[in-house]
Design a protein around this ligand. Structure first.
Ligand code: FES
Length: 140
């Protein structure tokens, strides 16, 4: 039996929405301390709807497939709905992930949440934590 579903292989080989949104309304970056994989999510939001989303994943194939699928699932959706997206729903949309790869889909859920939180912070006029993190990492 194949370890990975056809959908996982498709999104891994041919990921959707890869890249950067320069003038993003929300940016989220998360990492998994155990495997060291990192995912960055960019959101463009108009009238509380996600009009565009792009991601960069420095990680395993399941993380790439999960972020690709997750971006497709939230594009065009209201922010409140995207906030509810679970890693389980992403894994199901991919026709499943092996148990020991479920944490890869958690990265996608967390990256989206962190990007939405960044957007909410900006709306309140608070500084973007993500930008601060970037400045720090550029110094190193
Ligand atoms: Fe870490 Fe997949 S092995 S995200």
């Amino acid at each position: 039996m194949a370890l990975y579903s056809e959908k996982v292989m498709d999104h891994f080989r041919n990921p959707r929405n890869v890249g950067v949104i320069e003038d993003a309304d929300g940016v989220g970056e998360v990492g998994n301390a155990k495997c060291g994989d990192i995912m960055k999510m960019y959101l463009k939001i108009e009238d509380e709807t996600i009009t565009d989303v792009k991601f960069e994943t420095f990680g395993c194939g399941s993380a790439i497939a999960s972020s690709s699928m997750a971006t497709e699932m939230i594009k065009g959706k209201p922010v409140a709905e995207a906030m509810q997206l679970t890693n389980k729903a992403v894994a199901e949309a991919l026709d499943g992930l092996p148990d020991y790869k479920m944490h890869c889909s958690v990265l996608a859920e967390e990256a989206i949440r962190s990007a939405i939180e960044d957007y909410e912070r900006k709306k309140r006029g608070e500084p973007s934590l993500t930008v601060k993190e970037n400045v720090e990492s550029e110094d190193n």
